[in-house]
Ligand binder design. Structure first.
Ligand SMILES: *Cc1c(COP(=O)(O)O)cnc(C)c1O
Length: 385
């Protein structure tokens, strides 16, 4: 029997989930289109509500939020920052741009997050910070990470690009480290085209963060009426997005919880439907520890071997299903070899990076499309295709 084949869904499709068009029109009709206007303030307040505190500053991307974090933690030439190798380039670029060295540590085989037990042995007298990545919105083991950091006086930065509205021990992720960076790129759960936010969780860093954000000036203070003129007072960049982006984001953030519930339902359907093929030893589904609640950002499967993954990828390609893989581990990429170094063997990183496949997951995915993908996936991974 051949299933009726529904129109093939792309891997990702940006979705409007609220009053984006209305708010963007308001900006177009108004007299303030540059940054730090009404929608920026509304979006920052909404983020504060979702995260239960922290000073949120909208940025042009998660990459630039991470760059601000690197300036704020004071890393410079000769300094080292511990991070996973299994991540996007921005995690490392941010510290390389300051002249510091990323030190790559292996990940856990279950959550694919940095292996907190390997951080201590990567610490040297030059270590200044730890950047953790909450992969797929699953929280890192923050209690061990925070206590290791405290013992060695290191700043903790959370690359929370994928972690909006996910929790760790009941608390929103992005509130555990001194600083956290979110992404609102169109491939993430909550979007504004390009966009991001820096969350400043330490009060003593807020004033400097506001200055770095506004080209090294104290313009934010001026805008609040705290000073009569603004001036160049520190290093900085133009890290703030315009109001069109902020308006887009505000509409998304207002509906974040609902959008994430829908996404989790799709994730859960994959998870339930693929239990049997995991039980039969054909693949491994994602793992989320009981003290974490993820946000359905990524649904992936791990193949038993690299060869099996090659077979899967060919199978998905043949049927027209967009099932990509990521990441090329940073320590094995040309720039990673040039700018970074490894601490210990990265055997788990190399292994999972060569075995992971992601399935399409976005809010336009219909049940019929998902059923088709599930049926094909079962066939492909169990080797019948
Ligand atoms: C998406 C992503 C980034 C980059 O986000 P941008 O907003 O595109 O700069 C950084 N780190 C991780 C882990 C990501 O998934």
């Amino acid at each position: 029997m051949t299933a009726e084949r529904p129109p093939i869904s792309p891997f990702n499709l940006p979705t409007l989930i609220g009053r984006e068009a209305e708010y963007i029109s308001e900006v177009l009709a108004g007299d303030h289109a540059s940054g730090n206007g009404r929608f920026t303030e509304l979006a920052q307040a909404e983020l504060g509500r979702l995260l239960g505190g922290g000073r949120a500053l909208l940025t042009t991307s998660c990459s630039t939020a991470l760059e601000m974090a690197a300036i704020l933690t004071g890393v410079g030439p000769g300094d080292e920052v511990i991070m996973p190798s299994y991540t996007f380039t921005s995690t490392a670029n941010a510290v390389v741009l300051r002249g510091a060295t990323p030190v790559f540590v292996d990940v856990r085989p279950d959550t694919l997050n940095i292996d907190e037990r390997l951080i201590e042995q990567a610490v040297t007298p030059r270590t200044r910070a730890i950047t953790v990545v909450h992969y797929a919105g699953v929280g890192c083991e923050m209690d061990v990470i925070l206590s290791t950091a405290a013992r060695h006086d290191l700043a903790v930065v959370e690359d929370a690009a994928q972690a909006i509205c996910a929790t760790w021990r009941g608390q929103p992720l992005g509130r555990q480290g001194a600083l956290a960076a979110f992404s609102f790129h169109e491939t993430k759960n909550i979007i504004s085209g390009e966009g991001g936010a820096l969350i400043v969780n330490r009060d003593d860093l807020v004033e400097r963060a506001e200055i770095i954000w506004e080209k090294g000036t104290n313009r934010v203070k001026f805008k609040r009426g705290e000073i009569s003129k603004y001036n160049w007072v520190d290093v900085g960049g133009s890290y703030l997005p315009g109001e069109l982006t902020a308006a887009f984001l505000y509409a998304q953030l207002q509906n974040a919880e609902k959008a994430i519930r829908q996404r989790l339902a799709l994730w859960q359907r994959y998870y339930a439907a693929l239990k049997d093929v995991e039980d039969r030893g054909f693949c491994t589904r994602p793992h989320c520890p009981p003290h974490c609640q993820h946000n359905g950002h990524i649904f992936y499967l791990l193949a038993p071997t690299t060869e099996a993954r090659e077979r899967w990828l060919a199978g998905f390609r043949a049927i027209g299903i967009n099932a990509p893989f990521h990441y090329v581990p940073l320590h094995s990429a040309p720039a990673g070899r040039r700018f970074g170094r490894v601490s210990g063997p990265l055997a788990v990183t190399d292994s999972i990076a060569s075995r992971l496949v992601r399935l399409p997951l976005h809010l336009h995915l219909s049940e019929a499309q998902q059923d088709f993908i599930i049926e094909q996936t079962i066939g492909i991974v169990s080797g019948s295709r």
